[in-house]
Write a protein of this length. Structure first.
Lengths: 284, 332
């Protein structure tokens, strides 16, 4: 028995080393940096300062935070609107159909998200597939601006992050007792009422879980705003990237990162408060 | 089963150690698309020296790599003008031994003795990049000569800009008649207003491949690197390449030897090889920047002097970079 336990630890060893070296230590380093001063050549002066955190509350940076949050919020809402009907549609389907359709949701994961984002350019640009098709069939006469604006960013975010919303909502919906839905229907509830009174309350943790998993990356996915937004809109992710690459202000970049982590913690706290379980955040 | 896995791992482990047929190595860090791969592999064959080739995509990344790695990790690097100055100050470079090069005379002397290294003590120029305005004459008939011209309301959503704060804010400063490295707060505020006007005409900021926007006719005007303009022109002959009359960015990339280099001799052999006329020709063909080789390219000496005279180098502006960064965040 004891030997067995030792063997378990032995197997866990790589994971422990991994999280220690590649997650914990860098995080501590980032936290440490965020309190340092910057020497403008990209070097650090190891003196304690809070000024990096105070700079975040500057109007310019607050606006960026607000803009990122707004874009992320819209993307999250759209994801939720797509995921619920899909999950409810799957409720009374056979096991085979369900697993087949869920696999279809997962398949895009097999390709790098950067490459998939580039793929959208071909579809969305001025003389891309969508515009050519619409003009060809005479539906529109002038090409639509589908990308290099906020719309492009939101399309990209929704597309990339949709599975993170579908999976938790689907898992919550499929766990719920279908007889409740049938009972509500038998008692004469409209479809909207069934959703509002029965499905939504019992799957709210899935919704919140999915929202966290969509909202948080959406604030930071700078490559989507770079590629599909044409680099015209700066979200928090771009701001952090710039601090490390062009502005050479690592301490400020670290401070924004820590600030983002704090926001994440806050959201998770909120999630627990409204009754979500931590287990649901980890695995589905 | 376990034995098989160990065997396979073992094979992987040992395949890494077969560099023995080379008589030496040289560790190079270069910009990601500057020298064609076959030029490097031809050098390996000709000189029997293995080139360990790493890449970076900004001077800051290069600085981070050099200052965070052990002395002797890298031999040859290609920093731009202001980075040479900074690395010199930080004592990251070896004095350059020009006497070890046989082909140094191939360099047009007009490119030597640039302000960032006025006696070429630490560097020798390799390629010159400049910003240019590229205009698709198929759809734009106006005569564009300056940055002010780009503010015309007709060009709404029709311009692509390099996604670089120093270059774009610098262009706005030059458009207003100020120095490209100006740090005066009022001048920067004027530049902000200039750029907010310009932004209405901007379709996208892109540093990776802005030429694509011109080639696919997504936009008709681009403020982009000269090589990008030339490559766009190769696709569409009606693209006109303009050096803005109010000035533009010069960016000179240089050969430099890293302090503590262990393979200096091989590094000089590689530089000498890269200075050869035929090699410069091959590099320029693929990446059409301005070669410093006087036998390559079709610019006359006068044209080179004019380009160098009217352009400006981006300089290190110290802590003022945070003003630029904030301005950039406000614009976006």
């Amino acid at each position: 028995m004891k030997k067995n336990k030792l063997f378990q630890y032995f197997l866990l060893f790589p994971v422990i080393i991994y999280s220690f070296l590649l997650i914990l230590i860098p995080l501590i380093y980032v936290l440490f940096l965020s309190f340092c001063k910057n020497d403008s050549y990209g070097g650090m002066i190891y003196e304690f300062t809070l000024s990096n955190y105070l700079t975040i509350f500057d109007f310019t940076y607050m606006m960026i935070l607000l803009k990122s949050a707004l874009i992320a919020l819209i993307a999250t809402l759209i994801c939720a609107f797509i995921s619920y009907p899909f999950s409810i549609f799957l409720m009374d389907k056979s096991e085979r159909t369900r697993s087949f359709l869920i696999k279809l949701v997962m398949i895009p994961f097999l390709t790098n998200s950067l490459i998939r984002t580039y793929g959208w350019i071909v579809l969305l640009r001025k003389n891309g597939v969508i515009n050519s098709a619409l003009i060809g069939t005479g539906i529109i006469s002038k090409p639509l601006s589908l990308m290099y604006n906020n719309l492009g960013i939101i399309i990209g975010m929704v597309y990339t992050l949709l599975p993170f919303m579908i999976l938790p909502i689907y898992s919550a919906v499929s766990k719920m007792d279908y007889s409740l839905v049938e009972a509500a229907k038998d008692l004469g509830a409209s479809k909207w009422k069934v959703f509002k009174e029965v499905i939504l309350p019992s799957t709210i943790s899935g919704l919140f879980n999915g929202s966290l998993m969509v909202f948080i990356p959406a604030i930071g996915y700078f490559f989507i705003s770079d590629i599909l937004g044409g680099g015209k809109v700066m979200i928090i992710g771009n701001l952090i990237k710039n601090q490390f690459l062009t502005a050479r202000n690592w301490p400020f970049g670290s401070a924004i990162s820590i600030f983002l982590i704090l926001i994440t913690f806050l959201l998770v706290k909120l999630y627990k408060k409204i009754g979500g379980k931590m287990d649901d955040l980890g695995g589905f | 089963m376990k034995k098989i896995i160990i065997l396979i791992l073992g094979i992987f482990l040992f395949t890494g150690c077969t560099n023995n047929q080379y008589k030496g190595v040289v560790n190079v860090l270069n910009w990601s698309s500057y020298i064609p791969d076959d030029v490097i592999s031809d050098f390996e064959k000709e000189y029997n020296i293995k080139v360990h080739y790493g890449t970076y995509s900004s001077n800051e990344e290069l600085l981070a790599k050099i200052s965070s790695s052990k002395e002797g990790t890298y031999d040859l690097i290609f920093p731009s003008d202001y980075m040479i100055e900074l690395m010199k100050q930080r004592e990251l470079l070896e004095p350059f031994q020009k006497e070890k090069l046989n082909n140094l005379n191939n360099i047009n002397i007009r490119f030597l003795k640039q302000p960032y290294d006025s006696n070429n003590e630490y560097s020798v120029p390799f390629l010159l990049a400049t910003t240019t305005i590229a205009v698709n004459k198929d759809s734009i008939k106006d005569n564009i000569t300056s940055y002010q011209d780009l503010l015309n309301e007709k060009y709404q959503n029709n311009i692509v800009l390099i996604d670089d704060q120093r270059i774009i804010i610098g262009a706005a400063l030059q458009g207003l008649g100020y120095d490209i490295n100006d740090t005066n707060k009022e001048h920067l505020e004027e530049a902000y207003n200039f750029l907010m006007k310009l932004k209405k005409n901007v379709k996208a900021f892109d540093s990776d491949s802005p030429k694509t926007f011109l080639i696919t006719k997504e936009v008709d005007i681009g403020l982009i690197w000269n090589a990008e303009s030339i490559l766009a022109k190769e696709e569409n002959d009606n693209i006109e390449i303009i050096y803005p009359e109010d000035g533009y960015v010069l960016s000179m990339d240089n050969y430099a030897i890293v302090k503590g280099s262990k393979n200096k001799e091989n590094a000089y052999l590689l530089i000498d090889y890269l200075l050869r006329d035929d090699i410069c020709e091959r590099i320029i063909k693929e990446y059409p920047y301005i070669s410093t080789n006087k036998h390559v390219g079709n610019l006359s000496d006068e044209e080179v002097s004019v380009i160098l005279k009217n352009g400006s180098y981006i300089k290190n502006i110290g802590e003022h970079i945070s003003d630029y960064d904030k301005l950039w965040a406000r614009i976006k």
